[in-house]
Design a protein around this ligand. Structure first.
Ligand code: NAD
Length: 506
């Protein structure tokens, strides 16, 4: 067992269910084997959660909620502060595990843990706010205000590509809001879930807190469906593919539960003829090949002005040819492996379709058969924006180049897909920049000027429009989605006037 795995409490076989400090392990349950995409070898096994264990986690979560919601929010913030400190202590081993189990380079693994730490800090400050508005009543000697109450147990379903950060965006904010949480991570990265739970359990023990505040379940789609169908869970925050989001929305919607949906993107950068091209190209490369194209915010389409098209394409090809692909834990590697063979197959199928639809692969795309693991060369393709394959999010490093003549045309291409997560324009022309941010500009949840599509800061609300699901997480006032709003009116006078001047004398 590698050192960083033992430091995180990972064993060769692990319990995958927890009510907080206590781990549950039904030896008859199915196990998930976690393989590293680095070389395809087995890391360890995790027991999946049985239906009986799931019910116990939910019951504990409901019980804990009764006390947790009554603890003053800044005191809950103090627990989250301590979780942030624990994450600082485990930053390196956890960053390594993220890299080893998911395949992103170590620097990005560390970045993911840093994001967890940042969100803890943000949530601590938030725990002293959670503010509501006051309004002036139309009735004399009346006062009106609104306040926010916690919801109850919150179900968090997360994707493989951000195996720890997305959990903390939800869990730390929900926790200061007074909710308890139940996390189902991706079946492709179950050890990240176990490791984070071990770290949180230490803090819960040190503070002598009851079971049920932070729960964990492990499993594939079925475990996610238990959460979505469960009327005891008022809010489901689900991160993953659009296919998954549509299923979750229907099931939770049918029981009139609440959802936060963070789904796929098809993000584009417009490069104008007025761009600082060197800066634009650096941002494009990070956005397109970073995390091997497996970020929801990865740059997938590049909409380039015809006057600079050839220059941008040629410069990108020369950079792509020298990108270091390899073991994500080795220094200097910029592109690690894809998560599994299915992802490699999906990339190959997409490149085939590009050619069938009339496009061309101008660089990369090969599978690196001589390496153990799931390594590919990032690809660049010349296409038309209306191709069917360009409408889809292929979760792999494929960058589509599209030529435009006018800004209106570029924006029409940009918005002409079903997804609406992240977007950017590179231009030094103020009118172009402001048009992109105006009501007739980008239709995405995130729109940047002279910054790429990936690498958002936690202080802003994160999420996207259209088929990306409409949810917002992380900063700004995203916390409101984890609470219920209540309008309160207090009559401190001796009359009982009715609103709208209605007379009703009895
Ligand atoms: P996925 O949809 O296959 O799985 C995501 C999670 O949903 C997993 O935990 C899975 O077990 C669960 N799940 C699948 N079907 C379910 C169902 N019917 N009911 C309940 N749970 C279900 O996604 P993935 O391959 O793990 O991740 C990649 C996708 O996630 C990409 O589309 C990416 O863009 C998206 N993503 C979006 C964001 C965002 O913030 N918008 C962030 C990260 C990833």
């Amino acid at each position: 067992m590698k050192d960083f795995l033992s430091t995180l409490g990972i064993k060769s076989v692990n319990a995958g269910t927890s009510t907080g400090q206590e781990f549950l392990k039904d030896e008859s349950a199915a196990r998930i084997t976690s393989f590293t995409p680095v070389d395809g070898s087995e890391i360890a096994e995790v027991f999946t959660t049985t239906r009986k264990e799931y019910d116990r986690v939910v019951e504990k979560s409901q019980e804990a909620f009764k006390d947790w919601r009554m603890m003053p929010a800044p005191k809950r913030g103090e627990i989250v502060r301590q979780i942030g400190l624990a994450l600082r202590r485990y930053k390196e081993p956890l960053g390594k595990l993220v890299s080893y189990e998911m395949g992103k380079i170590y620097q990005e693994g560390l970045g993911e843990v840093q994001e967890m730490i940042d969100i803890c800090d943000f949530a601590v400050g938030l725990s002293r706010q959670l503010y509501g508005f006051t309004m002036h009543s139309e009735r004399p000697q009346h006062r009106m205000y609104e306040q926010w109450h916690p919801l109850g147990p919150v179900g968090i379903i997360s994707a493989f590509n951000f195996p720890v950060a997305v959990y903390s965006w939800n869990a730390m904010i929900a926790a200061v809001c007074g909710d308890t949480v139940i996390w189902k991570g991706s079946e492709k990265t179950p050890l990240c879930g176990v490791a984070v739970q071990n770290i949180i359990a230490e803090v819960l023990k040190e503070n002598d807190l009851p079971e049920g505040i932070f729960g964990l379940i492990t499993g594939a789609r079925e475990a996610g469906e238990w959460l979505t169908a469960d009327e005891r869970i008022p809010l489901i925050s689900a991160t993953g593919s659009i296919r998954m989001g549509k299923q979750v929305a229907q099931i939770v919607g049918a029981r009139l539960g609440k959802t936060i949906l963070e789904l796929g993107g098809n993000n584009a950068i417009i490069i104008s003829s007025n761009a600082d091209l060197e800066m634009a190209i650096r941002a494009v490369v990070f956005g397109a090949v970073g995390t091997a194209g497996q970020r929801c915010t990865s740059t997938r389409r590049l909409i380039i002005h015809k006057d600079v098209f050839d220059q941008v394409r040629d410069r990108l090809i020369s950079i792509y040819e020298n990108i270091k692909i390899g073991n994500p834990l080795e220094e200097g590697t910029l592109v690690g492996p894809l998560i599994d063979d299915d992802a490699v197959g999906a990339m190959q199928a997409a490149l085939k379709q590009v050619k069938e639809e009339g496009g061309s692969v101008v660089c990369g795309g090969e599978v690196l058969e001589n390496m153990e693991g799931h390594y590919v060369k990032p690809a660049i393709c010349e296409v038309q924006n209306h191709y069917e394959i360009v409408q889809e999010e292929t979760f792999a490093p494929i960058l589509y180049l599209i030529k435009y003549s006018t800004l209106d045309e570029a924006i029409a291409y940009h918005n002409g897909v079903k997804q609406g997560l992240s977007s950017a324009i590179f231009t030094l022309n103020m009118r172009e920049a402001e048009t992109f941010l105006s009501h007739r500009g980008s239709d995405c949840g995130i729109a940047n000027i002279n910054i790429g599509t990936s690498g958002a800061e936690i202080g802003g609300a994160f999420g996207g429009e259209k088929e990306t699901g409409g949810g917002r997480e992380s900063g700004s006032d995203s916390w409101k989605a984890y609470m219920r709003r209540q309008t309160n009116t207090i009559n401190w006078g001796s009359e009982l006037p009715l609103s709208q001047g209605i007379e009703f004398d009895v």
